[in-house]
Ligand binder design. Structure first.
Ligand code: ATP
Length: 736
C-alpha cells in the first residue's frame, strides 16, 4: 500500500505484513493527522507513523504545515521532545502523497487520557506533577532556545513514555510550531482555544510567552483537574471576564450568584503538600499573566525567571512529617544546614509538642539521630512510604472522635442529595467526593504505616529491654549461686576455725570469727536484690504477653481496608458514568446525588469506626512503650546492684582468703620459732580433719614447710569439692 518495492504478505483476516512491518493500532488522531502504531514482527521495532488526514483537501497551508512539522522535528534532539525516526522503506508513500512522519512510539498514551481517568478528576499526584512539569519545562526551554514556539501546548500534545521504569513526558505535534526570527512577532492565529494565550485568541502580536500561558494552563489542570479560568464559559464571554483579572490571579470561578470570583491561590482539593503548593501558586502567577510582556516573570540573569523558579522548586527537598495524633501532614523544605534540632524546633512551634516529647519515627521504626542533619528525614518522593511519623512520647489516652471533615461541596450534596445542580457543578461536587473517598484510603494506609512504625519501634526497644532483662535475671541467679557458695564455704571455715579453737591449736579473741559471721549475714541482704529482680521479671513477662497480643492485631497484618477501597471505586465509577453520560436520557439515576452520597456516607462511617480502632491500638502500643520505659530504670538499677554485690562478694572472699593466709603465716611463724628453739611441737589444722596430734614435732624446718604445703593443697581440694557439690545446673550462665 505505501510501498514501491516491498513484499506484502496477507494471512486470513489479519492485517498485511510489509517486510515484517505490521499495522498494530491507531494511537490517536487530531485535526490534521492520524497516528498509527507499526510493529516489526522480525526485529520487534515499533514506530508511530503520522499520516496527513486531509490529503484530499490539501491546501498549500496544510502542505506547508506538514513539511514544517517534518522539517522541525528532524532538527530537534531533546529527551522531552518526540524524536523523528526514519520511515521504514517498506512503508514509504507514493510520489504524489505527502511524506509520512515517523516518530518514536510512546506507549503511555497522551496526557489527556491520564487526566480523563476518574481518579485524576481533582488533579494528579504530587510526584507525577513534579515529573511532568520538569520534563515539559525542559522541552519548552529547549524549543525557545532554538527560537521555536510550539503554539499548541495542550494535554493532547504531551505523550508518556516508559523509560527504565520511569514515566517520561514528551512534547509532540510541532505542526503549529513557528520559527521565531530575532525580534520578530507573529500574528497568525493557531492553536486550541482552551489553552490559547489571550493575545493569540485576539489575533494580536505574540512571542514565545504564548507557550507560558498554555503551559501554565496545562499545569494548573494537572494540579486541580480543571482549567484555571471559567472553564465552561464560551470564548468571547471568557475573554471579556478574564481580562479583568489582576496579574496575580491564577483562577476564576462563578460563585453561587453567578459572579466571577478570582483567586490568587490554588483551591482545595489538590494533592500538593503545602510547601510545594505555595511555590506553584507563585510560579502560576508568573505563567498566567494576562500581559504577555510580564508573563514568565521577565529575565533573571538572562534566563526567563519562570524556568529558574521551577528549577529551585523542583530541586528542593521536602521533608514530609505526619503528625499521627491529628492526621495532619506537615512539610518543611530541607536546607543544607538544617539540623535535626532545628527541624524539631519548628515542629514544636507548629504542633506545640515540645522537642523532648517528640518521638519521630521512620517507616522502619528507627528514630532519626538527633545529632545529625535533618536530611536523614528526607525520603525520595518516588518511594511509596515517603513520610516520617511524629508521635508524642508517652502518647495520649484520648481516642479522637472527629476526623477530616467533608469538603464544602460534598457537605452540600450530603445535606441535600435530591436537589439538582447544573452539570458542571454536579461534576465538581462529585469529583470532590471521589477525592474525599480516595483521601480516606490514603490516610488509612498511612496511619496503618504509622502504627507499623510505632510497633517496630516498640519491638526494637523491647529487644534491647529483653536483652537487659535476661542479663539481669542471669546475673542475679549467678550472684545468688556465688553467695550460696560463699556462705557454704564460710560456714565450713567457721566450723573448722571453731574446731581448732576448741582444740587449743589456735589462740584468738574470736574477733575473726565474729567478722566472718557478720560477712555471712551481710550476704543475706543481697537476697533483696534477687527479690526485686523477680518482681521486675514478672512485670516484664506480663508486658511481653501484651506485646505479643498487639502483634496479633489485624492492623499488624494488612494496611488495606476493603470497604474504603470499594467505596473509592464506587465513587470513581459513578463519576465516570456522570462524565460520560452528560445527563443523557436513560441516566435518570444520576440526576440527583443519592448514589454518590450513599458511597460517601458509607466511606465516612467505615473510616470513623476503623480509625477509632486504629487510634485505640496506637494508644495500647504507646502505653506498652511507656511501661517498658517505666520498668527499664528498675532493671538498670538491679544490674548495677548485682555488679556491686559481685564486687562486694569478691572483696569479702579475698579478705577471708587473706585472713586464712594470715593464719597460715602465724602458724608457720610459730613452727619456725618452736622448731629452731627445739621446744614442743605445734601442730595446726585450720581446715579439714587434720588433727593437731597427727603433726609431730619436727626439728627439720624443711619438713615443716613441706607439711604446710600439703595442708594448703588439702584446703584447696576441700574448696574444690565444695564447688563440685553445688548444683551448677540450676545456675544459668551469665551473658558474655
Ligand atoms: N509518537 C507518538 N506515540 C504515541 N502516541 C502518539 C504519538 N504521536 C501522536 N500520538 C497520539 O496521537 C494523537 C494525535 O497526534 P497529533 O497531535 O500529532 O495529531 P494532530 O492531527 O497534529 O493533532 P492536532 O489536532 O493537535 O493538530 C495524540 O494526541 C496522541 O494521542
Amino acid at each position: 500500500m505505501y510501498t514501491r518495492n516491498s513484499t506484502m504478505i496477507q494471512q486470513g483476516n489479519t492485517k498485511p505484513t510489509v517486510d515484517g512491518w505490521k499495522e498494530d493500532k491507531t494511537l490517536g488522531s487530531g485535526g490534521f493527522g492520524t497516528v498509527v502504531l507499526w510493529k516489526n514482527e522480525e526485529t520487534n521495532e515499533a514506530v508511530a507513523i503520522k499520516r496527513c488526514r486531509v490529503q484530499n483537501e490539501m491546501t498549500d497551508k496544510h502542505r506547508q504545515r506538514w513539511s514544517l512539522e517534518v522539517d522541525i522535528m528532524k532538527r530537534l534532539d531533546h529527551p522531552n521532545v518526540i524524536s523523528a525516526r526514519e520511515v521504514p522503506p517498506a512503508l514509504d508513500v507514493k510520489e504524489n502523497e505527502l511524506p509520512l512522519l515517523a516518530m518514536e512510539y510512546c506507549s503511555g498514551g497522551d496526557l489527556r487520557k491520564v487526566l480523563n481517568k476518574p481518579e485524576n478528576c481533582c488533579g494528579l499526584k504530587e510526584y507525577a506533577i513534579q515529573c511532568l512539569v520538569a520534563d515539559i519545562a525542559s522541552a519548552v526551554e529547549y524549543l525557545h532556545g532554538k527560537r521555536i514556539i510550539h503554539r499548541d501546548l495542550k494535554p493532547e500534545n504531551i505523550v508518556l513514555s516508559l523509560i527504565e521504569e520511569k514515566i517520561v513526558y514528551k512534547l509532540i505535534d510541532l505542526g503549529y510550531a513557528k520559527e521565531l526570527d530575532q525580534g520578530s512577532v507573529c500574528t497568525s492565529f493557531v492553536g486550541t482555544l482552551q489553552y490559547l494565550a489571550p493575545e493569540l485568541f485576539a489575533s494580536q502580536k505574540y512571542t514565545c510567552t504564548v507557550d507560558y500561558w498554555s503551559f501554565g494552563t496545562v499545569v494548573f489542570e494537572c494540579i486541580t483537574g480543571y482549567r484555571p479560568f471559567l472553564p465552561s464559559t464560551p470564548p468571547v464571554a471568557w475573554h471579556k471576564e478574564v481580562c479583568q483579572k489582576s496579574p496575580e490571579d491564577i483562577s476564576a470561578i462563578h460563585d453561587i450568584n453567578g459572579d466571577v470570583k478570582f483567586s490568587k491561590k490554588l483551591l482545595y482539593p489538590t494533592s500538593l503538600c503545602r510547601t510545594l503548593q505555595v511555590y506553584f501558586e507563585k510560579w502560576l502567577q508568573f505563567m498566567l499573566r494576562w500581559d504577555p510582556k510580564s508573563r514568565g516573570g521577565g529575565l533573571l540573569d538572562g534566563r526567563p525567571r519562570c524556568f529558574s523558579l521551577l528549577d529551585s522548586m523542583l530541586n528542593m527537598k521536602i521533608i514530609h512529617i505526619l503528625n499521627v495524633a491529628t492526621n495532619q501532614l506537615l512539610s518543611y523544605p530541607l536546607t543544607e544546614e538544617f539540623s535535626m534540632q532545628q527541624l524539631m524546633k519548628v515542629i514544636e512551634q507548629e504542633t506545640s509538642i515540645p522537642v523532648k516529647e517528640q518521638d519521630l519515627l521512620l517507616a522502619s521504626g528507627a528514630s532519626p539521630d538527633p545529632k545529625q542533619s535533618a536530611a536523614q528525614c528526607w525520603i525520595n518522593p518516588s518511594d511509596e512510604d515517603w513520610v516520617v511519623f511524629l508521635f508524642k512520647k508517652g502518647g495520649s489516652s484520648e481516642i479522637p472522635t472527629k476526623f477530616k471533615p467533608l469538603p464544602t461541596r460534598v457537605q452540600h450534596i450530603v445535606r441535600d442529595p435530591t436537589t439538582l445542580l447544573p452539570h458542571p457543578e454536579q461534576k465538581k461536587a462529585w469529583a470532590e467526593c471521589v477525592f474525599f473517598c480516595a483521601e480516606q484510603v490514603v490516610d488509612y494506609k498511612r496511619l496503618i504505616l504509622s502504627q507499623r512504625a510505632a510497633m517496630l519501634s516498640l519491638l526494637r526497644t523491647n529487644s534491647d529491654f529483653i536483652r537487659l532483662k535476661s542479663k539481669m535475671v542471669n546475673e542475679s541467679d549467678y550472684m545468688m549461686a556465688k553467695i550460696k557458695f560463699f556462705q557454704q564455704s564460710l560456714r565450713h571455715d567457721m566450723a573448722c576455725y571453731k574446731d581448732q579453737l576448741s582444740n587449743g591449736n589456735l589462740t584468738d579473741s574470736g574477733e575473726l570469727y565474729q567478722k566472718w559471721l557478720q560477712s555471712g549475714e551481710d550476704m543475706n541482704e543481697y537476697g533483696a536484690i534477687k527479690e526485686e529482680c523477680n518482681r521486675l521479671d514478672q512485670q516484664s513477662t506480663a508486658l511481653q504477653t501484651k506485646i505479643v497480643e498487639l502483634q496479633r492485631s489485624p492492623f499488624a497484618r494488612t494496611n488495606r481496608n476493603n470497604v474504603l477501597e470499594d467505596m473509592e471505586k464506587t465513587s470513581r465509577d459513578l463519576y465516570q458514568e456522570l462524565r460520560q453520560s452528560g445527563r443523557a436520557p436513560g441516566r435518570e439515576n444520576l440526576r440527583d446525588h443519592r448514589p454518590m452520597v450513599t458511597a460517601v456516607v458509607k466511606c465516612v462511617m467505615t473510616r470513623d469506626k476503623n480509625l477509632q480502632d486504629l487510634y485505640r491500638h496506637l494508644v495500647k502500643i504507646a502505653s506498652c512503650k511507656q511501661e517498658l520505659y517505666k520498668i527499664l530504670p528498675g532493671i538498670e538499677r538491679c544490674c548495677r546492684d548485682i555488679s556491686s554485690a559481685n564486687e562486694q562478694l569478691i572483696k569479702c572472699q579475698k579478705r577471708r582468703q587473706s585472713e586464712i593466709w594470715q593464719l597460715f603465716r602465724m602458724v608457720g611463724g610459730e613452727i619456725n620459732r618452736h622448731g629452731s628453739s627445739g621446744q614442743a611441737s605445734i601442730s595446726v589444722s585450720i581446715y579439714g580433719n587434720e588433727s593437731l596430734e597427727s603433726l609431730q614435732v619436727v626439728e627439720d624446718s624443711k619438713e615443716t614447710h613441706k607439711k604446710l604445703g600439703q595442708m594448703l593443697q588439702d584446703v584447696l581440694q576441700a574448696q574444690n569439692d565444695l564447688t563440685l557439690n553445688l548444683d551448677w545446673d540450676s545456675i544459668p550462665l551469665a551473658d558474655t
